[in-house]
Write a protein that binds this ligand. Sequence first.
Ligand code: CA
Length: 240
Amino acid sequence: MQKPFGAPINEIVNILVVEDERKMAQALQDGLEADGYTVRVAYTGEEGFYLIQAQAFDLAILDVMLPGHDGFEILATLRRRGVRTPVLLLTSRDAVEDRVRGLDLGADDYLVKPFAFPELLARIRMLLRRGQPVSSARLKLADLEMDLAQRLVVRAGQKLDLTAREFDLLEYFFSNNGRVVSREMLARDVWKETARQTPLDNVIDAQMVRLRRKVDGQSEHRLLHTVRGVGFVLREGNET
Ligand code: CA
């Protein structure tokens, strides 16, 4: 399972920085690492977009002004796909419409350049504290909702009748925040199989068919997707 946000000190907190200006990116990396964070830098929006879907980051710092797909576009696409990693936007202008647009698109906070580094660190701490642990009570993607406390799953207002295993599977997909989950991960984390056995792939596939029938069977918008050769993903939209 993914570790909760706002994890205690000594736990690794992974931060992704998406910033095309090398000096700025380096300054961010140095400053954050000095404060104990583990930092990965992406210099283009495309690379950042790829990394944030492929890896478990606790937070992403996303510069709005990027060549190609800018920070707004990247943020919008991530949120559309159900990726919930907290995002702090860096804007160069203190334009109200930029801030409003960023927050509307699903940013968790923003900071106007130039900023004082201690302020950035304070914002980061706040976002990490605010982030909900994945095991918290309610999870939601489009019209699919999970209440972990009551072990209740609802799609478009209709209660779904899931087995305990199906419930655990769905929770696992939610905890992966729109990232692709491999059969190996499912075997290890949901079935708790440490020794990999080929027959389990068939069990997992059969289970996925049943889960998908229940989750997506009555809806024209599929949320559980197969990613050929890789695994499965819970997200909105058809493309992978
Ligand atoms: Ca920039």
